[in-house]
Structures are given as C-alpha cells and as structure tokens.
Ligand binder design. Structure first.
Ligand code: HEC
Length: 122
C-alpha cells in the first residue's frame, strides 16, 4: 500500500518537525493521488524506475521523486491537462490530477501573495 506508506512518512515528518497544516496535508494527499493517476498513462516515460523512461520527460517530472511536481512550472501544469486526451487518460484519473493541479496552483498563489498586513502597510 504505497499510499499508506506515504501517509506514515507524513505523520512521522509532522511529529519530528512542527505539525503540518491541514492544507499542507491535503495537498500532499492530492499529490499522491495524482501520482497514482499519472502513473498509468504517463509513467512509462515520466518514471525513472521504468525501462521505457525518457530522460527529456524526467527533466519535466519524475513520478519516482517524492515531490514529483516540484519542478513543474505553471505553464507546464496547463500542458499536462492538454496531454490527457492524447494519451487517452481515464476520466477518473483526469479528475484526480486536475484536483491536485488546482490545489497546487492555489498553494503557489498563496505563497506568492504578500500577507495582508504587509500589503496594507505600503
Ligand atoms: C511516450 C513517452 C511519454 C508519455 C507516455 C508521456 N510523456 Fe510527457 N513528455 C515526454 C517527453 C520525451 C517530454 C520532453 C519533450 C517534450 O517536451 O515533448 C515530455 C514532456 C512533457 C511536458 C512538458 C512539455 C510541455 O508541453 O510543457 C509535460 C507537461 C508532459 N510531458 C506531460 C505529460 C502527461 C500529463 C502525460 C500523461 C498524460 C505524459 N506527458 C505522457 C514523453 C512522454
């Protein structure tokens, strides 16, 4: 059960450092679901443990990496969605990946936005 393993790691990390926020935990869970969904349609090129993996594809994202989406740019996230059709990704998998991408975009936007106090002080 890969998902259980990932959750245990999260719990262990949370106990070792400060407890992660609910939003951070939810984002990690969505990222894991997206990893599983992408594995079926995209993993043969975007997972370095597969013999068919392509170096150029791994540079964009490698599903074997713990934080597989870390290097994916905002523009590339849009391109991921555009590739669902070409690789005939099952509908349920599209939903899982789209949910993660929406949460990841929101998280990046929140991190890029200065706190309300700082904005008001200008
Ligand atoms: C047959 C191999 C293969 C499969 C399967 C594959 N990719 Fe890729 N992908 C590549 C290669 C090679 C590159 C780098 C060259 C390029 O940009 O096309 C790449 C690049 C990308 C990029 C970055 C380029 C861009 O347009 O921004 C994205 C995003 C991407 N893939 C998403 C996906 C998604 C999502 C899937 C599954 C639905 C998928 N790929 C399945 C081989 C593959």
């Amino acid at each position: 059960m890969r998902r259980t393993g990932a959750l245990l790691v999260l719990v262990a990390l949370g106990a070792a450092a400060e407890a992660p926020s609910d939003a951070a935990v939810e984002l990690s869970q969505l990222r894991e679901s997206a990893r599983e969904a992408l594995s079926t349609s995209c993993g043969r090129c975007h997972d370095r443990t597969r013999s068919t993996a392509r170096p150029a594809a791994l540079r964009i994202f490698d599903l074997h990496e713990r934080d597989w989406s870390a290097r994916v740019t905002d523009v590339q996230m849009d391109h991921m969605v555009e590739r669902f059709e070409g690789f005939r990704m099952p509908q349920a998998d599209r939903v899982a990946v789209t949910r993660f991408l929406d949460a990841e975009r929101a998280s990046r936007a929140a991190l890029a936005t200065p706190p309300v106090d700082a904005a008001a002080a200008r």
